[in-house]
Ligand binder design. Structure first.
Ligand code: SR1
Ligand code: MG
Length: 434
């Protein structure tokens, strides 16, 4: 149990937000004026929390409160409000490294479990931009940069084991949200449970094929164990296209409440997975087919740019900052031969992250197609058969990534394979050996 001040937790409403913010001096300074001058908008659209935007005479803030249940489901799904402590802990741990790639935190109230942060306007959630066909070419570089900085600076490469153990100890407390990830990402989609969304008739054969495939479930078990046993770096834990907000020039990573000391590749693969799903969905969206085709080429290029940005920033940090943590004692690699060997170890480290990322791409596709929290990229396709066709391609790709990872030694192999899988169709047997 975390220490926290005494006080009574209350669910905030648009009407009570101003009175609450008036007690937070740093926030009053940002807003200017007083509570009667502040305009409050309820903008909650995520799965778990309430979110308000508040505007005052001098500026605006975003107010996020952890509710004692999953907002999207209601009180029938209780959820520990302590998750806000981990979200703010994640933001503060990464702030020195990622700076303006994340929103600035103005205040945290540990009694109301409220985070007050920078308003991101006119930023738009990346998923919406992808669905609407608005390209954000700076996002892949920015998110690759973000993930690399987080991954390097919170790993054994940069830290003493004592510092890293402190991160493991703290973020190991984020139990409620890790339970969600273990259930919703790694477990539920491969079985029939109440939380999974009903499977449309056109996709029933695919759902059965996934759920009956022991080889597939064995591969998933390996990844589940890895997630539980590989505290490689501080990961966001839910880095989908709804966790990134952008304008043409500015990109921010938001919503770190699923923070966990886990495999770096989990974040890398999660982000790639949501581009990949956008790629499979795009031809089925309304709009000019030629425009949709051109946009999906941009999406495929964005995947490559994201991985390249991640790899290059990570390599640069390794070279410039140096592995100053306990992983690679500098004295072991001081001479020319040692330095050359260290460069090889760096490539091996990145290859390992890539392998973990490939599996995470697959896990995230399966969960978003067969599990509880599905994605609008597919759901906006109104015709059920066309929606199922888009999803089937993605599932066929995910199955291949999990069962035949040796076919995907690098990112070129991964993106070049995409067009093959869009021909998978509704019969899962057709693509069984792809
Ligand atoms: C109760 S829905 C939970 C999901 O929403 C979040 O965005 C995460 O993806 C989580 O798995
Ligand atoms: Mg979220």
């Amino acid at each position: 149990m975390l220490d926290r001040p005494e006080g009574e937790y209350r669910i905030l409403t648009a009407a009570t937000v101003p009175t609450h913010l008036a007690e937070l001096a740093d926030v009053v300074a940002v807003l200017g004026g007083g509570p009667s001058d502040w305009r409050v908008r309820d903008v909650a659209d995520g799965n778990l929390n309430s979110v308000f935007l508040v505007d005052g005479p001098a500026g605006g803030v975003c107010v996020k409160q952890a509710l004692p249940y999953a907002r999207i489901h209601g009180e029938a799904w209780p959820l520990d409000i302590e998750r806000a402590t981990f979200e703010v802990g994640y933001a503060r741990r990464l702030d020195p490294f990622v700076g303006r790639l994340a929103p600035r935190i103005h205040a945290y109230d540990p009694v109301q479990y409220v985070i007050v942060m920078e308003t991101l306007e006119p930023h738009v959630v990346l998923r919406r931009s992808l669905i609407e066909g608005v390209h954000r070419p700076k996002v892949p570089d920015a998110v690759g940069d973000y993930v690399a900085r987080a991954a390097f600076h919170t790993s054994d490469l940069a830290n003493t084991f004592e510092r890293k153990a402190a991160d493991v100890a703290f973020f190991s407390g984020n139990l409620a949200l890790q339970r969600i990830s273990i259930d919703l990402v790694f477990t539920d989609p491969y079985t029939e449970v109440w939380r999974n969304k009903p499977v449309a008739p056109h996709l029933l054969a695919w759902a059965a094929a996934v759920r009956e495939d022991v080889e597939l479930k064995s591969a998933v078990a390996v990844e589940r164990l890895k997630y539980l046993n590989k505290p490689q770096s501080l990961i966001h834990g839910d880095l989908h296209s709804g966790s990134v907000m952008a304008t043409a020039d500015d990109t921010r990573v938001i919503d770190g409440e699923f923070a966990w000391m886990g495999p770096t590749g989990f974040d890398v693969g999660t982000f790639v997975a949501h581009y990949v799903m956008a790629w499979f969905a795009k031809p089925f969206h309304d709009g000019d087919p030629a425009g949709n085709a051109a946009f999906r080429d941009l999406i495929r290029d964005d995947v490559v740019r994201f991985w390249t940005a991640f790899r290059d920033r990570f390599s640069a940090l390794w070279d410039e900052v140096g592995p100053t943590g306990d992983a690679y004692p500098p004295g072991h690699f001081a001479d020319a031969a040692g330095r050359a060997r260290l460069a090889g170890l760096r490539e091996a480290y990145l290859a390992d992250v890539f392998r973990d990322a490939v599996a995470a791409v697959a896990l995230k596709i399966v969960r978003r197609v067969l599990g509880y929290a599905q994605v609008a990229d597919f759901l906006v396709i109104a015709d059920p058969e066309r929606q199922a066709l888009a999803k089937a391609g993605a599932l066929a790709f995910a199955r291949s990534l999990l069962l035949r990872p040796e076919r995907y030694p690098d990112l070129a192999a991964l993106v070049n394979a995409l067009p093959v899988f869009e021909r998978a169709g509704l019969d899962p047997l057709r693509s069984r050996n792809w």
